[in-house]
Every structure is written in structure tokens, then in C-alpha cells.
Design a binder for this molecule. Sequence first.
Ligand SMILES: [Fe+2]
Ligand SMILES: [Fe+2]
Length: 330
Amino acid sequence: MVNVKIEKVSLTTENVLRPTQSTQPDSFSLAHISDLHLTSLDNIKIPQLLSKRILGYLSWLHKRRLVHRREIIASLLEDLRDTHPDHIAVTGDMTHLGLPMEYTEVEQWLPSLGTPEHVTVIPGNHDAYAGKAWGNSCSSWRPYLDSDTKLDIPKTAGFFPSLRIRGQIALIGLSSARPTLPLLATGTIGQKQLSGLDILLEKTGEEGLFRVVMVHHPPVPGLIKWRKRLTDDKMFAAVLARQGAELVLHGHAHTATISKLQTPTGSIPVVGAPSASELNPWTGNCAKYNIYRISRSGKNWELTMTVHGYSEDQGRFVSTAEKSLRLPQR
Ligand SMILES: [Fe+2]
Ligand SMILES: [Fe+2]
């Protein structure tokens, strides 16, 4: 039996989104946002730009600062206030270059998204951009990253795998964020995290929880270029095939995708969210995020997904599509 003792993390702040309980009994709403790249590099100092960060800074200067827009992030917060999800999952790439000043900026912004009780964050490759292994670099985000459920497994890569339980929902966070050589943006989960994932999926599965696995890099081949891939996607898929899960959420590709991972009891939906802050004239990408409604159906689950996309004409997010997703059977 997994120990589900939850430590309450207190964070007092003004202007916090305060998600309410779902209006539908026995259902849970989960928003998934990704790749906000919300930080500014305007005041960066050149000595901070060693190695790979020089290329990253030039990319930001010429392109990224133009496509990840503050007004869209403000609209996103407004839309989330209207939609009131029970919880918000954030799958990484909050920063551009993973600099300490960016960690601080994110730390100061996160309370506007919600309290740690209502928001779970994992890192992306831009949050572990260069230098040493990522480890505890983002420790100022700790209340949003770390498990608040007691675990009996060894943790690696800082806080991961993490486990947070909200009602009947188990949010399992992984870190695929690793510093890489210039021109590479690959990710790796690693054997120790995968072993922990195996245990967490087994225990939360025994509890009958709806298991959501969060990982930044797409864990299904073919969704992204080789130089940006998850290097151990096959090992990840093997763990999920063995233990099962109900939903996998990822980011990184900046495009909306729905794919599957096969298990003996059916396919697990794997959903990639695009950037929730992007309006990109070069690629045509426009900000979106997803809201899932999770409800019981006998011993199984039902899952519907609503896409909220930014409308440039209306200057706000609007609901654009709804889809029912087939889940593995219990
Ligand atoms: Fe990204
Ligand atoms: Fe990424």
C-alpha cells in the first residue's frame, strides 16, 4: 500500500488562482500547460553567457523573445481563472537558458498561477540548459516540484520521480532535463528514475488511482527531431507496458499531438501540449493548453479533453475542441 500521507505546503500570496472543486461530483479537472518560456533576458550580462548559452541567447534575441509573449501569458492566467481547474500540471521549459536570475523570475511568477497545492511542475531542457547536471538548481521552485506524499523509494535528479496525490489522481513527475552539447536538446530519464517510476505506478495502481505521468520530452518515437529526442523512450515504454498508467503528458515539441503507448490492457493516451505562450509567425504555432475532465465509470475511468487556444482576434483564450480519449481497461 502506498503511503498517502500528504504534507500541506503553505504559501501565502496575493492574486493567486484559487481553483474550486469540480461542479460535477466525482470528477476532477486537470489543466496541462507547457513551454511558457516566460523569462526575460533583457538584463543579461555577457559573462553569464558561457558555452552553449551564447547560442541560446542569440536564438532568444532574434526569435524567442518575439514569439513567447507576456500578453498571452496574462490571457492564460485570466482563462485559468475562468475555467477553475482543480489542478494545473506544468511540463517544463519555464525559462530560456536556465540562469539563476530566470529561476528567481519563475519563482516570483509561480504564485500567480496557483499555490503548490494546486500546481505541479517538472523541468524542461531549457531549465537545465548548460553547466552542471540540473540536480537541485531549481530548488527555489521546490514547493511546486517536490513530492508531498511520503515515498519509500530513492530519488534522483533532484526531486524526481515525484508523487503528488489529489483526490483520486496521482501525479507522477519525471525529469528528462539534462544539460546537452550545443545544438542538442535531448532528454534522458535514467534508470534510477525509471525504477522509481515502476514502483510508483505499481503502488498507485494498486490504490486504484488515476495515474498521470508528466515528462517534458515526447516519450513516443517520431514526434520530434532526433537531436531533440528522449534517449530512453523504449525503457520508459517498457515500464508503462508493465505497470500501466492512465495518461501521459509532455511538452517540448511546441506542437499539439495525441499518440499512444501500448499495454496489455489497452493504449495509454500520450498528449503533447504546445507552448501556452507562443504566437509564432515563422511556424504558425499559436498558444494552446488542455483541460482534462477525469471521472469514474464503474471500476474504469472516463477522460475528456478540451483544448483552449489563444485567439489573436479576440485577444483571449477560447475553447476550440473537445475530445473523448479511450483508456486502458482495469
Ligand atoms: Fe520549449
Ligand atoms: Fe524543451
